[in-house]
Design a protein around this ligand. Structure first.
Ligand code: FAD
Length: 542
């Protein structure tokens, strides 16, 4: 509390309820002071008992005349002020003044007394040994039966320790608040019912991003869902969350990463009724650190490495397709030769052994089979890749970045609508990336025709029951309904052969999606072009 505020509060105590339990309308009335023994039931209280009670009361008590000259002071008064009782009798209460209490405070005190009302407040007092203390003082008029002020009663205690403690608590609170409020880390304290008990400005900013225009509790729900198991363990068992990373897709290309920390705090009940039982309530403190910049930098360098890797993989995939195509084409004539050989052998019977045509055909068949074997052996091997948790949003973002040159060259506008938080898909990252790359490349190619003027590519992700659903929609010519299954067959292409299409892209997509226990299909209801839908189970650990 500032000096000015403190003075104000003391002056205010003129009208507000006094801090000490002295009722506003209860000045001390002369008649109430017993002159004769007081009999209450079987107990008789003599004036001596009253005097001793005041004399030994643990509060500094003084009685003054109307000019504040001290007529009586009890033992506690001596103990607090350092003056012996004899030393202060006849002296004015002002001997206790340190002369630093603002004049307005005294004016308030006297104004109340003149209105025959009590006053409570804090003064800076000086002891006999010149040491200072804070006096929490209550003064009250002692009235005659006729309502005349006869004396003033003063009661005070040294509240320096309490004040120091209060100040320390206040200062610490202010320091902690300053640290928490200026921290770039978002902090939220949740009570047992998951209600927000406290937030800092960084959390408010985060909540606006996570749940724009909605109550802050919704941001907490989003965080809780994204944290999943660790949050449940924190609630149920108090298991600490340390640096658990979560990410959110905020729409468009903006993805944000956060490192979350969580601890549970036991707070004691503040209500008077629970003073002795002290029940504890478990609160959860979540601190959320935005690590987007760091992750972004890591991703940029990963993307560069990925570009090189993808180029190599594309080359190998092209080779695999070429070899498979060659094998497929060679298999036909070799099969034909085999069939012709059998027919010829049957026709020639015994003479078959020395027939030159048959021998030439056998040679041709042998050469064909050898060629097939050597082609099969030359197919580049697909490297074995472990299944790991994969974030499909992340893969799509990578694929868009990898295809950016092609997209720009064709003037294609990408509308990217990611689900804000996608569960992990257990899968082979580079295989799944190839699926997305193939589908995006197909869409780009479909919209590259001259007659396509509006070139929008819409990519979205969503969570449906137990699958992550990815939709890739283009505004190209689309695929006729009759061919929606055929296009997944090897070597089938809707384009003329000379266009260089090997017809192996979609079969590869289907093979990889099937490897992940998922499905890929064409949305036959979509009429504006082609919409490919890939659904991958996120609970599958296969
Ligand atoms: P003063 O000249 O005494 O007075 C300051 C202001 O109070 C002036 O505005 C003046 O008009 C007004 N005033 C003074 N006396 C009267 C009066 N008799 N009637 C109406 N207005 C008056 N002060 C402390 O510093 N510490 C204490 O512990 C303390 N205990 C007190 C206990 C009692 C029961 C009473 C009645 C007063 C107590 N005082 C205490 C107040 C004290 O009497 C002085 O008013 C105060 O110390 C200021 O002293 P001063 O010499 O600076 O100014």
């Amino acid at each position: 509390m500032t000096k000015a505020k403190r003075t104000e509060s003391m002056i205010e105590s003129e009208t507000s309820a006094p801090q000490e339990p002295v009722a506003e309308s209860a000045p001390i009335i002369g008649a109430a002071i017993p002159k004769e023994p007081v009999v209450i039931g079987s107990v008789t209280l003599t004036p001596e008992i009253f005097l001793q009670a005041v004399e030994h009361a643990p509060v500094a008590i003084s009685i003054t005349d109307l000019k504040a000259n001290i007529l009586y002071a009890n033992r506690a008064f001596s103990a607090v002020t350092g003056y012996g009782c004899d030393e202060v009798i006849g002296k004015n209460e002002s001997i206790l003044s340190n002369r630093t209490t603002p004049r307005l405070v005294y004016q308030a005190l006297w104004s109340r007394l003149q209105q025959k009302k009590p006053w409570s407040g804090v003064l800076v007092n000086r002891r006999k040994d010149n040491s200072l203390y804070l006096a929490e003082l209550t003064v009250a008029p002692v009235l005659s039966e006729a309502g005349e002020t006869l004396y003033y009663l003063g009661m005070h205690r040294d509240s320096s320790d309490l004040h120091e403690l209060e100040q320390r608590v206040n200062n610490q609170k202010q320091m902690i608040e300053a640290v928490v409020n200026s921290a770039p880390v978002a902090m939220v304290l949740l009570d047992q019912e998951d209600r927000i008990a406290l937030v800092n400005p960084s959390f408010r900013a985060l909540a606006t991003e996570l749940a724009p225009g909605r109550p802050m509790d919704e941001a907490v729900v989003t965080l809780r869902e994204a944290l999943g198991e660790p949050f449940i363990a924190l609630c149920d068992k108090g298991t600490k969350i340390s640096s658990h990373e979560i990410s959110f897709d905020m729409g468009g290309y903006s993805q944000r990463w956060y490192a979350c920390h969580g601890i549970s705090i036991l707070l004691e009940d503040e209500r008077a009724g629970n003073f002795f039982s002290q029940p504890e309530a478990r609160y959860l403190l979540l601190s959320i650190n935005d690590i987007t910049e760091l992750r972004q930098r890591q991703q940029d360098s990963q993307l560069n490495a990925l570009k090189a890797l993808m180029a190599e993989e594309e080359l190998l995939e092209g080779m695999r397709e070429t070899f498979n195509g060659a094998i497929h084409r060679l298999q036909g004539p070799v099969n034909l030769i085999g069939a012709a050989l059998k027919m010829l052998q049957r026709r020639l019977g015994e003479q078959a052994k020395n027939d030159p045509v048959l021998l030439a055909m056998q040679e041709a068949q042998k050469a064909g089979l050898e060629a097939l074997d050597s082609l099969t052996a030359s197919i580049p091997v697909v490297p074995e890749e472990a299944k790991l948790p994969v974030n499909m949003n992340q893969l799509i973002r990578e694929v868009i970045s990898l295809s950016i040159d092609k997209l720009l060259a064709q003037g294609i506008v990408v509308e990217w609508k990611p689900a804000m938080h996608l569960p992990w898909v257990m899968g082979r990252e580079s295989r799944l990336r190839s699926v997305l790359k193939q589908l995006v490349d197909n869409a780009i190619e479909a919209m590259s025709a001259r007659n396509i003027s509006q070139r929008d590519l819409l990519i979205s992700t969503s969570v449906e029951k137990n699958v992550v659903r990815i939709e890739i929609s283009d505004l190209g010519p689309g695929i006729p309904a009759a061919l929606t299954y055929k296009v997944f067959e090897p070597f089938f292409s809707t384009k003329p052969p000379h266009k260089g299409c090997r017809g192996m892209g979609l079969p590869m997509v289907q093979e990889i999606v099937a490897e992940h226990a998922g499905t890929v299909y064409i949305d036959t209801q979509y009429r504006n072009g082609c919409r490919m839908i890939v659904e991958l189970p996120f609970s599958s650990a296969t």
